[in-house]
Design a protein around this ligand. Structure first.
Ligand code: ATP
Ligand code: MG
Ligand code: MG
Ligand code: MG
Length: 469
């Protein structure tokens, strides 16, 4: 059985041997893209290379890229603790061709890696192609010898990738692994495809067009390749489990939670261990890349992740701040591949400890209120938006924490009323200042307040509102 660290190296060595430059992961805060909350795919650091704005001394590259999908367009925060295959932080293994090889070589390289180097049984594999992409369909038949029924044509945007409203785009082809009948879920394209049985392990994007502002799509003179494979998912396959959280790396983090709390990691409380392990990685890597908890923007997403984990720690009965104690276990597992984690270890621990110490002051009371207010509710009901807002405003509960707390009981939150309460609060704050006659000071004050937050727990800025609702 290969461990996660070994699988990462096997991937990079394989593409290195095949003429690819092995490039380090870029930071989670994208350097070249203010519109993007966090780096969420391997191609992010190469965007300008794909569009031709930037040139590199190589035309083939391979990476293991740190990704966070929480907040923004790709948001998997709500999946964590509920599926076996989603994380907020994960590593995306990728190979890239900048106008070098195209579809045929990309499929060959991928198929060869998974079936020969990794030795996956062919009968467990199937692929999707974009419905109009006959070329990809033919190549999968030719190269992999897959029967027609294992090459599923998908007509939706799931299999057509676009960088933005304009720019490079093209069809993609995803490789799925069938974990077997004992796991619920249908094959890609079926009505119950959202289970954990057929898991998407690798996405190959064929960048072959440029989308113009006038709606035209023109063929690129030098088409490119962008791929992404979830390290945790391929590790699960190679370690004989369908569950990312049962792989060696995640398991040691889960054991660290179990040791620190004394709660069985495989009993009916196990979802807490899983959420904490996942959120520990996201929080720590974000701090290592310079994000600190705050009431706006990226910092607020970090705070939401941290506090969500802290509620789960509370539910495990942790009598004192827990998260910071888990940092050494994470550094042990991932510090070698990501030295920034080692460098930032003290800062990560301090940040987690401070945030948890503060939040614990209101967490228990907030949870008691949430219990009271939701006691009479049943599956299908919504918690009142005003209550959710009070929890947010006075007790520092991000909206998704409240939603997460109610979800196992099938209870939602009246988010419209929540937003309305937030808006009323803002107006009240503004009205309280109207008439002071000093417009400039007022603007300054509000600007400041929106930056810092009125108190520790108040988040008034609009970015935050986008983030929480
Ligand atoms: P899914 O449909 O399973 O949510 P996706 O289509 O959103 O995945 P892509 O954007 O194609 O994912 O990313 C490339 C690869 O990264 C996926 O094939 C998968 O292996 C992995 N991946 C994507 N999201 C996650 C996640 N939240 N946690 C772990 N791995 C992920
Ligand atoms: Mg997804
Ligand atoms: Mg998908
Ligand atoms: Mg995909």
């Amino acid at each position: 059985m290969s461990g996660v660290n070994e699988i990462r190296s096997t991937f990079l060595d394989y593409f290195g041997k095949n003429g690819h430059e092995v490039v380090a992961s870029s930071p989670l805060v994208p350097r070249n893209d203010p519109t993007l909350m966090f780096t969420n795919a391997g191609m992010v650091q190469f965007k300008n290379v794909f569009t031709g704005i930037e040139r590199r001394p190589y035309t083939r590259a391979a990476t293991s890229q740190k990704c966070v999908r929480a907040g923004g367009k790709h948001n998997d925060l709500d999946n964590v603790g509920y599926t076996a295959r989603h994380h907020t932080f994960f590593e995306m293994l990728g190979n890239f061709s900048f106008g070098d090889y195209f579809k045929e070589t990309a499929i060959e390289l991928a198929w060869n890696l998974i079936t020969k180097e990794f030795g996956l049984p062919e009968k467990r594999l199937m692929v999707t192609v974009f419905s109009e992409d006959d070329e990809a369909f033919g190549l999968w038949k030719k190269i992999a010898g897959l029967p027609d029924e294992k090459i599923v044509r998908i007509p939706t945007s799931d299999n057509f990738w676009q960088m933005g409203d304009t720019g490079p785009c093209g069809p993609c082809s995803e490789i799925f692994y069938d974990h077997g009948e004992h796991i619920p879920g249908g094959p890609p394209g079926s009505a119950d495809a959202d289970g954990d049985r057929f898991i998407e392990i690798w996405n190959l994007v064929f960048m072959q067009f440029e989308q113009m502002a006038d709606g035209q799509r023109i063929a690129l003179p030098k088409p490119s390749i962008d791929t992404g494979m979830g390290l945790e998912r391929i590790a699960a396959v190679l370690q004989g489990t369908h569950d990312n959280y049962a792989t060696d790396l995640m398991r040691s983090l889960i054991m660290a939670v179990a040791n620190a709390t004394g709660v069985d990691p495989d009993g009916d409380q196990k979802v807490h261990h899983r959420v904490i392990a996942d959120h520990l990685r996201a929080s720590s890597f974000l701090v290592a890349d310079g994000v600190l908890p705050s009431n706006e923007g990226r910092g607020y997403v970090l705070r939401r992740i941290m506090r969500r984990a802290m509620r789960h720690a509370q539910l495990l009965g942790a009598g004192e701040p827990l998260m910071w104690k888990l940092v050494p276990a994470l550094v042990r597992e991932m510090g070698q591949a990501y030295p920034e984690l080692v460098r930032a270890e003290a800062l990560i621990a301090e940040t987690l400890k401070l945030e948890e110490t503060r939040f614990r002051k209101t967490l228990a009371r907030g949870l008691a209120i949430l219990d009271d207010e939701s006691r009479a509710l049943r599956a299908g009901d919504n918690l009142s938006g005003e209550v959710a807002f009070t929890l947010y405003d006075t007790y520092g509960f991000p909206l998704d924490l409240t939603q997460d707390a109610l979800r196992t009981r099938g209870i939602g939150v009246d988010t419209n009323a929540f937003s309305a309460a937030m808006e009323r609060q803002r107006e009240k704050a503004r009205a309280a200042w109207a008439g002071s006659g000093e417009a400039a000071t007022e603007a300054l004050w509000f600007g400041l307040k929106e930056k810092v937050g009125a108190t520790d727990f108040l988040g008034y800025d609009t970015e935050t509102a986008e983030g929480v609702v």
